[in-house]
Design a protein around this ligand. Structure first.
Ligand code: SF4
Length: 179
C-alpha cells in the first residue's frame, strides 16, 4: 500500500508541537511505515510538494508565514492545525495589544537582554509583520483542530491514526491538554 504523504510546517511558534510529535517515541517507527514525511522542519525539503495531510504548527504573524500557510492549503488535501498557536493564535497574540512598530522596538531595542546601541530595527531583510498575530483559520480553511500547548503525543498519534483510517477526526475534550 502506498504511504500517505504528510507535510508539516513550523510557523510562528516555539517548535514544542513538533517536539511533542517526536515524543511518540518508538511508535514513530510504526508510523513511518505508513506515512512519508515529504516536507517538514525535520526533513530537507525546499518546496512544499503535493501531500494528503498538511500539518501547521504556529500562528500567522508575518507575510512569509501567511504565504507558507496558503501554500500548505494549496498543496495538501487535509489541513491540521497543531497546537494552540495554530488553533487560537496562542502566546504570539500578546503582541496584538500594541502596534507593530512598538513590538519591533521591544524585540530589537528595549528587551533587557538586547545590546543594540544604534537602535537598529531590521525591516527590509526580514518578513514583514502582519498587523496582528492570528490563528491559521483566519486566512486558510482548517479541517482538523488539535488544541493543546503542546498537544499530547498520544493525541497527535491518535489524529494520525484516524486520518490513516480515512476519517477526519474531531479531538474529544478529554484528549486536549493545557499543562
Ligand atoms: S502551541 Fe505551545 S508548544 Fe505548540 S508551538 Fe505554540 S507555544 Fe509552542
Amino acid at each position: 500500500m502506498a504511504k500517505v504523504k504528510v507535510a508539516t510546517v513550523w510557523l510562528e511558534a516555539c517548535a514544542g508541537c513538533h517536539m511533542s510529535f517526536l515524543d511518540i517515541d518508538e511508535r514513530l517507527v510504526d508510523l513511518v511505515d505508513l506515512v512519508d514525511i515529504v516536507y517538514s522542519p525535520i526533513v530537507d525539503g525546499k518546496k512544499i510538494p503535493k501531500a494528503t495531510v498538511g500539518v501547521i504548527e504556529g500562528a500567522l504573524g508575518n507575510d512569509e508565514e501567511l504565504h507558507l500557510a496558503k501554500e500548505m492549503r494549496k498543496q495538501c488535501d487535509i489541513i491540521v492545525a497543531w497546537g494552540d498557536c495554530a488553533v487560537f493564535g496562542g502566546i504570539n497574540c500578546m503582541r496584538n495589544f500594541t502596534d507593530r512598530r512598538q513590538a519591533l522596538k521591544e524585540a530589537y531595542v528595549d528587551s533587557p537582554s538586547t545590546v543594540n546601541p544604534g537602535g537598529v530595527i531590521p525591516h527590509e531583510d526580514i518578513p514583514h509583520l502582519l498587523p496582528q498575530a492570528i490563528p491559521v483559520d483566519h486566512e486558510v480553511k482548517v479541517d482538523v483542530y488539535v488544541p493543546g500547548c503542546p498537544p499530547d503525543a498520544d493525541t497527535i498519534l491518535w489524529v494520525f491514526q484516524e486520518l490513516l483510517e480515512g476519517r477526519v477526526p474531531t479531538v474529544p475534550s478529554e484528549m486536549m491538554r493545557y499543562d
